[in-house]
Design a protein around this ligand. Structure first.
Ligand code: GLU
Length: 431
C-alpha cells in the first residue's frame, strides 16, 4: 500500500518542476544549451493499448506507457508502475530522474520509466498476469537487455518481473532474463535486490547524519510509506538502534516518542495489511507525520508529499527522499531557508537501480554473487555517491540546495558522454 498522491496544484506538475531544475542546473554548471536541448524531452515515448479479458468475461482496454528518456550511457533503465494516477507528464519526469540517477551513481544505463493506468489492488492475480503479458507484447522489441530494461516500481514486484521475463523470452524464442531486473532468485534475480532501495536509503542517511554531526544510533527517524522502501529501511534503522518514532501508510500513521517496535509492526502489517491500529502508539495523519519532531524524515511513498503548504511544519534536520519526487520546488525553497538538508531522490533512492545493475551484470555473465558481495558493493557505491555529491554541493552550491548540486553533478557527466558521442556542437560547456 502506498500513500495516495494528493490533488496536484498546477505549479506542482513534476515535469514542469524537473525541466526547470534541469535548465537551472545546466546554466549554473555553465554547460552548453545543447545539453538542455537533449534532456528536455524523452528520446522516445510509447503509448500502448492493452486489452485484457477480465475474470467476469468482459474485455477491458488499459493504457500503458513507456518513456525512454535518454540512452547516452547505455540501455534505458527504470521501473514500471501500476497506478490509477499516472499521467504522461509524471512518467516523463520519472524517466528523466532515472537518467539523472544512473549518471549520479555511475551505472552504465540511461533513463526510462513505464506505467499502466490501473487500480492494481482491484485486479486478481490472473488479471494482473494478463495485463503484464499484454503490456510486454505491446512493447515488443522496444524493450530488451541491450535496449530498455524495466524493473519494479509502485505496485509491481518480483512476480510481475518474472512474467515480463517469461513473455519477452517467449517472443524472442530464447530465455532472455536480462530484459528485466528485480526478478525472483529462481529466474535470474539478485540476492538483496528487493531490499536494495531501503538499504541504499539507510547508507545515505548514515552518511548525512555524519555530515550533520548527528549520532546515528540516536537519530530519531520518521518514515512516510511502509512499502518496499520504507519497511526495508526501517528494519536496518531498527538493527542500528535508531529510534523510529513515526511510520505511516495509506491507512494513516502511528507515533511513539520512545520508538516503534518495527519487528512487531511488520507482524501487525502482515496480519492486517496496514500500520493503523498498531498497539501502544498514538494515531496520527500523514500530514502530522511530516511535521513530527524528529531528526530524519524519510518520505518513501509517492510524489508531491512535502509541498508549499506543509514544508514549513517540517521539524526534521534532514530529509531523505526514499520516494521519487516527494518534495515540490516550493517546499525545497522553504526547507532550504530553514536549513533542512534534503538528500534528493536521485541519490537517496538510487540503491534499487544500483543492485538492478548488479543483477543485469550477473545475468550477462551467467554468474551469481552472494549477499555479502552485493551489499558490500552497494554500500561502496552509495557512500561514494553521497561523498561526491555532498562535496560538490558544499563546494559549488553556495545558496543552492543539494538537489541542485546533484543535478549539476549528474548532468555534467551526461554532458561529457554526449560530447564524446558527438551530440553537442561545441563541447560540453558554454562558449
Ligand atoms: N523503480 C526503481 C527506481 O525508481 C528501480 C529502477 C530500476 O531498478 O531500474 O529507482
Amino acid at each position: 500500500m502506498e500513500v495516495e498522491i494528493k490533488s496536484v496544484k498546477k505549479e506542482d506538475n513534476v515535469l514542469t518542476a524537473t525541466l526547470g531544475l534541469i535548465r537551472q542546473s545546466v546554466e549554473l554548471a555553465e554547460l552548453s544549451a545543447d545539453v538542455y536541448e537533449h534532456l528536455q524531452t524523452p528520446m522516445r515515448f510509447i503509448e500502448v493499448a492493452v486489452p485484457v479479458e477480465m475474470d467476469d468475461g468482459k474485455i477491458k482496454v488499459f493504457t500503458g506507457y513507456r518513456s525512454q528518456h535518454n540512452n547516452v550511457f547505455g540501455p534505458y533503465k527504470g521501473g514500471i508502475r501500476y497506478h490509477h494516477n499516472v499521467t504522461t507528464d509524471s512518467i516523463k519526469a520519472l524517466s528523466m530522474w532515472m537518467t539523472l540517477k544512473c549518471s549520479l551513481v555511475d551505472v552504465p544505463f540511461g533513463g526510462g520509466k513505464g506505467a499502466v493506468v490501473c487500480d492494481p489492488y482491484s485486479l486478481s492475480q490472473k488479471e494482473k498476469e494478463k495485463l503484464t503479458r499484454g503490456y510486454v507484447r505491446a512493447l515488443g522489441s522496444f524493450i530488451g537487455p541491450e535496449t530498455d530494461i524495466p524493473a519494479p516500481d509502485v505496485a509491481t514486484d518480483a512476480q510481475v518481473m518474472a512474467w515480463i521475463a517469461d513473455e519477452y523470452s517467449t517472443i524472442m524464442r530464447e530465455p532472455s532474463f536480462g530484459v528485466v531486473t528485480g526478478k525472483p532468485l529462481a529466474v535470474g534475480g539478485c540476492v538483496g535486490r528487493k531490499e536494495a532501495t531501503g538499504r541504499g536509503c539507510f547508507f545515505v542517511t548514515r552518511e548525512a547524519a555524519k555530515a550533520f554531526n548527528i549520532p546515528f544510533e540516536h537519530a530519531r527517524i520518521a518514515i512516510q510509506g511502509f512499502g518496499n522502501v520504507g519497511s526495508n529501511a526501517a528494519i536496518l534503522f531498527a538493527e542500528a538502534g535508531s529510534p523510529i518514532v513515526a511510520v505511516s501508510d495509506i491507512s494513516g500513521g502511528i507515533y511513539n516518542s520512545e520508538g516503534v517496535d518495527i519487528y512487531s509492526l511488520l507482524q501487525h502489517v502482515e496480519e492486517t495489511g496496514f500500520v493503523k491500529g498498531f498497539p501502544g502508539c498514538e494515531e496520527i495523519t500523514n500530514d502530522e507525520l511530516l511535521a513530527i519532531d524528529c531528526d530524519v524524515l524519510i518520505p518513501a511513498a509517492l510524489e508531491n508529499q512535502i509541498t508549499g503548504t506543509n514544508a514549513d511544519q517540517v521539524k526534521a534536520k534532514i530529509v531523505i527522499e526514499g520516494a521519487n519526487g516527494p518534495t515540490t520546488p516550493e517546499a525545497d525553497q522553504i526547507l532550504k531557508s530553514k536549513n533542512v538538508l534534503v538528500v534528493p531522490d536521485i541519490l537517496a533512492n538510487s540503491g534499487g537501480v544500483t543492485v538492478s545493475y548488479f543483477e543485469w551484470v550477473q545475468n550477462n555473465y551467467g554468474f551469481r554473487w552472494d549477499l555479502e558481495t552485493v551489499n558490500r558493493r552497494l554500500e561502496e557505491k552509495m557512500i561514494d555517491a553521497f561523498k561526491m555529491v555532498y562535496g560538490f554541493y558544499c563546494e559549488r552550491c553556495n545558496g543552492f540546495d543539494m538537489r541542485t548540486g546533484a543535478y549539476m553533478y549528474s548532468i555534467q557527466r551526461l554532458a561529457e558522454a554526449m560530447h564524446y558521442r558527438g551530440w553537442l556542437r561545441n563541447g560540453t560547456h558554454k562558449n
